[in-house]
Design a protein around this ligand. Structure first.
Ligand code: ADE
Ligand code: ZN
Length: 383
């Protein structure tokens, strides 16, 4: 995949600052829907530090790493983690990412911690004009540490209510199963989560994809669809057997395939996958900044553009902002615009794609589309 040509950390930071400095009022102002962000991936060094101080938990970058004693040590450790072509290869980077990502969970202990985690995202989102979002969380990473369902779900539910009331940000949660754990653990967690279904709109699949194809989890996804949940799964970029995983996600799992695919960028290399995704009208959540770390600048834009031009409802999202140069949905939209030479009309279409492929109520979707239309009208009044 040309890791040797991917942008190093310093250039990615420069690119981020340059994109923001442009002051693109249209991209900032357009009402946004975010469909792919891991709440635990928004745990910045600062938030981790705050929660660690409150709970008295230990701060480490990896399970067997040394204890970090200050916020500055944590910031340095997180900086060092970010992939740089001069430092590590793809697989090693992914391993390090997951190690650090799961170690980050340690600071989440109480209902207040889960509330604060979600509110921290919502406050950031409101500033970027995010009006609706569907947020991933990984319950298995919390129950395995002894955290109870009420602790997680009541914290998330209260944050959701407060964000809607105070910030005008609506939301729903997507419970992801960790694909490197067993299908029976996924089923057990699915059943345990049913009392909280008012707070959970959909079911996802994330974590390390190597040798963990979508069909392995067919039983629990089939049951979840029957129970009325929406379905999505990660098909990470450049994963082993990625085309087959995308095919299963798009057309096999739970009878005829899922409602959305997370990432799936490699579909751009296979016309039969593109045709199938178009035919089934499966939305794809694209997170450009995360691909920039492994892909060359030159090859990334054309792949995203190909999916967009084929008529697939791609949306632009952030994934794990705390681990990605602090790039949130705004920076990802600015990056997509530059990479693909999108104009403001395209940006509006991407925003509408996100509304259409979201799982919001029809009335909420209509309102969001009207809001997007109003902002377009303000920037480009009809003569
Ligand atoms: N869980 C959190 N972030 C993830 C990512 N980028 N890929 C797969 N699983 C994840
Ligand atoms: Zn993701």
């Amino acid at each position: 995949m040309g890791i040797e040509e991917a942008l190093p950390v310093r250039l990615r930071e420069q690119l981020r600052d340059d994109l923001i400095a442009q002051g693109d009022e249209f991209v900032l102002g357009i009402p946004k829907v975010e469909l792919h962000v891991h709440l635990e991936g928004t745990l910045t060094a600062e938030l981790r530090w705050k929660l660690t101080q409150r709970n008295g938990t230990k701060l480490r970058i990896a399970k067997n790493g040394p204890e970090l004693k200050t916020l500055e040590e944590m910031q340095v450790a997180m900086d060092l983690l970010r992939p740089d072509p001069s430092r590590v290869d793809n697989d090693e980077e992914r391993f390090q990412f997951f190690e650090a990502y799961y170690e980050g969970f340690e600071c989440l202990k109480t209902k207040e911690d889960f509330f604060d985690l979600a509110m921290h995202y919502f406050e950031h989102a409101a500033k970027m004009n995010v009006r609706y979002c569907e947020l991933f969380f990984d319950p298995q990473g919390h129950t395995s540490r002894g955290v109870g369902w009420d602790t997680m779900m009541v914290g998330f539910r209260e944050a959701r209510q407060q964000a809607e009331a105070d910030l005008n940000v609506k939301s729903a949660y997507i419970m992801c199963f960790l694909r490197d754990l067993s299908p029976s653990s996924a089923m057990e967690h699915y059943k345990a989560a049913l009392p909280y279904r008012d707070t959970i709109i959909g079911i996802g699949l994330d974590s390390n994809e190597t040798d963990r194809p979508p069909t392995l989890f067919d039983e629990v996804f089939t049951l979840a669809r029957r129970d009325g949940f929406k379905l999505t799964m990660h098909c990470d970029v450049g994963s082993k057997n990625t085309h087959e995983h995308i095919r299963q996600a798009a057309s096999v799992v739970a009878g005829a395939g899922l409602d959305r695919i997370d990432h799936g960028l490699n579909a751009a290399e296979d016309q039969s996958l593109i045709d199938m995704i178009v035919k089934r009208d499966v939305g794809m959540t694209i997170c450009p900044w995360s691909y920039l770390r492994h892909t060359t600048f030159a090859e990334l834009g054309p792949k995203i553009r190909k999916l967009y031009d084929a008529g697939i409802k791609i949306s632009i999202n952030s994934d794990d902002p705390a681990y990605m140069e602090d790039c949130w949905v705004l920076e990802n939209m600015l990056l997509a615009k530059r990479l693909c030479a999108f104009d403001d009309k395209d940006v509006a279409r991407l925003a509408k794609n996100a509304v259409h492929s979201s799982w919001a109520e029809p009335a909420v979707k209509e309102r969001l589309l009207r809001e997007i239309g109003a902002v377009c009208g303000r920037f480009y009044p009809e003569k």
